[in-house]
Design a protein around this ligand. Structure first.
Ligand code: MBD
Ligand code: FE
Length: 266
């Protein structure tokens, strides 16, 4: 038997109340109600419920939960995390297709505690969209695990991996979420970003994203999910270290970006 839950009662009934209030205020007709009803059925059938929810609501609850906590700022997990990312060995290169489109990038980072001491042996789980804005595991013909990987920090909490620079992400327009954006005149764009979940023994996990300074979406129409935070925007530079290039099988020049992730103790 399910027992009454105070929190669900309070929040869920308030949300229902708000919806009923808006339906009345806008004089929503039965025909409109059925159209929305059918759209919602289609959303469920398309598998886009996680996408739609995260686009419109995850930013709020992420901020409710993590605003003001110690350490690096958190960001949304989004709908494209998979729980079986490839565990990589150094030198860390995110798995990619032979002809993976995009500009080679070497991302370096350090995972540290609140005192600035590097955390060796931290787990860095990263995932990103391909150059066309799609995530592996969610489109046909892209190997599962593509542009996803789990790595471990070295002495001093440092890590380095090679990949392609993430490109701006466009919400798929064939599905109900895209249809909703068209119907409402909202744009479908998120700025280019890496996703990270960083864990280490004795520390609170950090799920966040890294964005790039000069991003056309950040500087232009803005993130449809309202997920960007200034502290998570990093500079993109040029690298040409022959040792790095040969270790990662790229070069002679490549893009570079770097970020520090500070974890609060558990
Ligand atoms: C994404 O890639 C994403 O990161 C979020 C938060 C929402 C939709 C798509
Ligand atoms: Fe994303």
């Amino acid at each position: 038997m399910v027992e009454r839950n105070e929190r669900v009662t309070k929040v869920a009934l308030d949300i229902i109340d708000a919806i009923q209030d808006r339906l009345a205020a806008h004089d929503v007709t039965h025909q409109e109600y059925r159209a929305a009803w059918a759209w919602l059925m289609g959303l469920a059938q398309s598998g886009e419920v996680p996408l739609f929810l995260d686009v419109f609501f995850e930013s709020i609850v992420e901020r409710n939960t993590f605003d003001g906590v110690a350490g690096s700022e958190h960001a949304m997990q989004g709908p494209y995390y998979l729980d079986d990312h490839p565990v990589l060995s150094p030198p860390y290169c995110l798995p990619m297709r032979d002809d993976e489109p995009g500009d080679a990038m070497v991302f370096t980072g350090v995972v540290e505690d609140l005192g600035g001491n590097g955390i060796e042996g931290a787990t860095v789980d990263t995932w990103q969209a391909a150059n066309d804005g799609t995530y592996s595991g969610f489109v046909p013909d892209v190997p599962r695990g593509n542009l996803r990987g789990i790595l471990t920090t070295a002495a001093g909490g440092t890590f380095r991996f090679s990949t392609i620079k993430p490109a701006p992400y466009r919400i798929p327009h064939e599905g109900p979420t895209g249809e909703f954006l068209l119907l409402t005149g909202l744009h479908p764009w998120r700025p280019a970003h890496f996703h990270f979940t960083i864990t280490a023994d004795g520390y609170k996990p950090l799920t966040t994203q890294i964005y790039f300074r000069g991003d056309e979406i950040i500087d232009g129409i803005g993130d449809i999910t309202n997920g960007v935070k200034d502290s998570l925007i990093v500079d993109v530079g040029q690298g040409s270290d022959p040792t790095v290039a040969s270790e990662h099988g790229i070069g002679p020049t490549y893009l570079v970006a770097d970020a520090t992730f500070a974890l609060d103790s558990a």
